[in-house]
Ligand binder design. Structure first.
Ligand SMILES: [Ca+2]
Length: 484
C-alpha cells in the first residue's frame, strides 16, 4: 500500500533542488523490463562503522578484502555515498524508510523514536509485493516495540547464545581482552555458540545464516537485510586467525580482524548465489551505517574525521557503497555522483517493478549506473542534526553540492566552506572567498529545513520488551507474537 503523504513537503523538496522522484517514475513494466519474472532478489549488507578507507577497493592496503573487492569488480563502486542521518540508529531508520529521518522528527540519535507507520518500510514494501523478507543481526530501528517482524520482515534470525567467560577463563586471557570483558561481567559480544555447541565468531555465524536463508528461498523473490554487529567496537576478541591475515598494526589490528571476517561472509554469500544460479538475479548492495571509528583505528582516507572525535568532518558521513548485479548493471564501474542511503529504497522499489512511494526522498540509481542519466543523482544533500538530547559533538548542519561542503556545528555559527576535490582533509575554509557559493547552498538548506517535521518525542514504553529472540534458526511474525 502506497500512500501519498505530505504533498506540501514534497513540493518543498522540489523547491530545494532535490530531484522530484515521484513526479516521473518509470512504469513498472519499464522498470523491470530486463529482469523478466520473477522479480529480482535483493541482498542489503549494512556494516556497522566501516570506514571509507578500510576495504581494498577503496584503497586500503593493510586489510585484504578480496570478496568485497570482487563485488566492486562485478558492479559499481560509489565514491560519494552519504549517510545524511548518522550514526547507527538514525542511519538505519532513514535507510529503512527511504527518506531523511527529519521527515519523521528524528534530528539526531533519538533512540526509541518510532519510525512512521503511515508509510511502508522498505521491508514492508517488498513483503507487500510478495517478497520473503529476512533480517539478520543488528536492528536499532524505531521504538522498542517496532521489532523487525512488526515492520515488514517475515523472517528474523534468532540471536545465538553468547559466550559467558568464567573467572578462570578470564584470568587466562590477554590483558586487553580480559579488561574489556571484565567490564561486561565476562559476557562476550562477538563470541557465540552455534547449534552444535561450538564457540564461533558471531560474524561467521551470521554468514552461515545468510547462506541458509538464500538456500531456503532460492525459488522465491527474496529480500535479505544483513546488518552485522561488526565492525563496531569492541573488536577486542578478534581471533588471531583473522588478525594474522592482515598487516594492520596497533589497535587497528583487531578492527582489521573484524573486517576480514565481514569479507569472508561476503565470499560465502557470493558462493551460494553462484551455486544456485542467483548471481544475475540478485542485486547485492554493500554499505556502512556511518564512517570509520578513529578510536578503533578505522580509516576515512582520503578524507578526515569519523566516529567519535571526528563527527564534524566528511569521514563521518561518507561511506563505502557497492552495487552489484552482473548482467543488469555494468561491471568494474565507478559512480562519482552524490547519493544517499535513502536511494537504496527507491532503487529497490523500481527494481521490484513498482513506482517509488511518494514519501521517498531517494531516486532510482539504475539509470545513473547504466549510463542513461549523468551527473549527480542528488544535486544537493543536506544535514540537520541538532537534537537537543543528542551528544553535542554530533551536532551537524551541512550541505553538499558539486565539489563543495558547506558546514557549521550550531545554527549561530558562521558557515565554513570546503572544496573536497582540492582539499579533502578540509583544511582551508573558503567561505570568505566564495560568498556566492555559501549563499546558494545556505539558501537551499534553509528551504529544505522548512519542509521537515517538528522534533519528535520519544515515547516512554514501560515493561520488558524482548530485544530479540535467542536461540538458533529463524522466527516468524506469528511465533514472535506468541512469545510476547
Ligand atoms: Ca554505526
Amino acid at each position: 500500500m502506497i500512500r501519498a503523504v505530505l504533498p506540501l513537503v514534497f513540493l518543498g523538496v522540489v523547491a530545494a533542488g532535490v530531484v522530484p522522484v515521484a513526479a516521473e517514475p518509470l512504469a513498472p513494466e519499464q522498470a523491470n523490463a530486463s529482469l523478466g519474472s520473477p522479480p529480482a532478489n535483493v541482498i542489503l549488507i549494512y556494516i556497522d562503522d566501516l570506514g571509507y578507507g578500510d576495504i581494498g577497493c577503496y584503497g586500503c592496503k593493510d586489510i585484504p578484502t578480496p570478496n568485497i573487492d570482487r563485488l566492486a569488480a562485478e558492479g559499481t563502486r560509489f565514491t560519494a555515498s552519504y549517510i545524511t542521518n548518522p550514526p547507527c540508529c538514525p542511519s538505519r531508520c532513514s535507510m529503512m524508510m527511504g527518506q531523511y529521518a527529519q521527515r519523521f522528527g528524528k534530528y539526531g540519535m533519538s533512540r526509541g523514536l518510532p519510525i512512521p507507520e503511515d508509510r511502508p518500510t522498505l521491508a514492508r514494501f517488498l513483503a507487500d509485493q510478495g517478497y520473503v523478507t529476512g533480517q539478520i543481526g543488528k536492528w536499532d530501528i524505531g521504538s522498542k516495540l517496532q521489532r523487525p517482524l512488526r515492520v515488514g520482515f517475515t523472517e528474523v534470525a534468532r540471536v545465538p547464545p553468547k559466550k559467558q567467560y568464567t573467572k578462570k577463563e578470564l584470568a587466562e586471557l590477554p590483558e586487553v581482552v580480559r579488561s574489556m570483558l571484565s567490564k561486561k561481567g565476562g559476557q562476550s559480544k562477538f563470541m557465540c555458540f552455534n547449534e552444535a555447541g561450538d564457540m564461533i565468531w558471531l560474524t561467521d555465524y551470521d554468514g552461515d545464516s545468510m547462506v541458509n536463508f538464500v538456500e531456503r528461498h532460492k525459488d522465491n523473490p527474496f529480500f535479505l537485510y544483513w546488518s552485522p554487529e561488526a565492525v563496531h567496537s569492541p573488536s577486542t576478541e578478534a581471533p588471531e586467525r583473522l588478525m594474522s591475515r592482515t598487516t594492520a598494526t596497533g589497535r587497528r589490528r583487531r578492527l582489521a580482524g573484524a573486517i576480514v571476517s565481514v569479507d569472508d561472509q561476503v565470499g560465502k554469500l557470493l558462493k551460494a548465489l553462484d551455486e544456485h544460479g542467483l548471481r544475475e538475479k540478485t542485486l547485492v548492495i554493500f554499505s556502512s551505517d556511518n564512517g570509520a571509528n578513529g578510536g578503533e583505528g578505522g580509516s576515512s582516507t582520503p578524507y578526515s574525521g569519523g566516529k567519535g572525535q571526528g563527527t564534524q568532518r566528511e569521514g563521518w558521513v561518507r561511506v563505502p557503497t557497492i552495487f552489484s548485479m552482473p548482467g543488469t548493471l555494468p561491471e568494474g564501474n565507478e559512480y562519482d555522483g552524490l547519493i544517499a542511503n535513502f536511494d537504496f529504497y527507491s532503487t529497490i522499489a523500481t527494481l521490484a517493478g513498482q513506482l517509488i512511494p511518494e514519501h521517498c526522498d531517494g531516486v532510482d540509481l539504475f539509470p545513473y549506473l547504466q549510463g542513461k542519466e549523468t551527473g549527480d543523482a542528488h544535486e544537493y544533500l543536506f544535514w540537520l542534526n541538532n537534537e537537543p538530547g543528542d551528544a553535542v559533538r554530533r551536532h551537524l548542519i551541512a550541505v553538499r553540492w558539486k565539489n563543495w561542503r558547506l558546514y557549521k556545528k550550531y545554527e549561530s555559527d558562521p558557515w565554513q566552506l570546503f572544496d573536497l576535490n582540492a582539499d579533502p582533509l578540509e583544511t582551508k575554509d573558503l567561505a570568505a572567498k566564495h560568498p556566492e557559493v555559501v549563499q546558494r547552498m545556505a539558501s537551499r538548506h534553509a528551504a529544505w529545513s522548512k519542509t521537515l517535521a517538528p522534533l519528535g518525542e520519544i515515547p516512554k514504553i514501560r515493561g520488558r520488551v524482548p530485544a530479540g529472540l535467542k536461540g538458533h534458526g529463524w522466527v516468524s511474525a506469528t511465533a514472535e507474537d506468541s512469545a510476547k
